[in-house]
Design a protein around this ligand. Structure first.
Ligand SMILES: C[S@@+](CC[C@H](N)C(=O)[O-])C[C@H]1O[C@@H](n2cnc3c(N)ncnc32)[C@H](O)[C@@H]1O
Length: 152
């Protein structure tokens, strides 16, 4: 299962975090974080703790450089590793931009590990087998994007 790096546009990412109703101090985890744009927005705009999981070391390095540049020590983290090895029980909110196959696979982990009331927002791809509580369409710079909200 290969998921390439395609960043969620900033405005779409902000709408994802808004739809998930991220509150200050909550833990937002982005499995497959890319350059950690969503992690950074969670920390800087929503005053949350952001954690990214990323397998590509060049992208992990980029995350760390951005955190240092923005002074996000203690508020933004990145884990270099496979998103299917992480334990998500720490998360209040999960942001997904992976694809249907990966969403189906991670659903099993999230169902086991997330606490009741945790929120999952997914960009463009539904989580197979879950029914979204809400879905919205957001205009991006080049196309429209759909965001799905799930509550555990
Ligand atoms: C479509 S991008 C999404 C990036 C970011 N979440 C966003 O929305 O802007 C998917 C990312 O997942 C990463 N990825 C793919 N498979 C992974 C795995 N098994 N474990 C961790 N990261 C993975 C890729 O390297 C890529 O950066």
């Amino acid at each position: 299962m290969t998921v390439p790096y395609v960043p969620t546009p900033r405005d779409v990412a902000i709408e994802m975090l808004r739809l998930a109703n991220v509150r200050p101090g909550e833990v937002v985890v982005d499995p497959g974080a890319g350059e950690c744009n969503i992690v950074v927005l969670a920390a800087t705009i929503f005053n949350a703790i952001g954690i990214g999981i990323e397998i590509n070391p060049a992208l992990v390095r980029s995350c760390i450089e951005t955190f240092e540049k923005l002074g996000l020590k203690g508020r933004a983290y990145v884990v270099w590793g496979d998103l299917f090895d992480f334990n998500y029980s720490i998360a209040d909110v999960i942001t997904l931009y992976l694809g249907s196959d990966a969403n189906e696979k991670i659903r099993l982990k999230l169902s086991k590990e997330l606490r009741r009331g945790s929120r999952v927002v997914s960009h463009d791809f539904e989580v197979p087998g879950w029914r979204p509580i809400k879905s919205i369409v957001v205009n991006g710079p080049f196309r429209t994007h759909r965001i799905y909200l799930y509550i555990i």
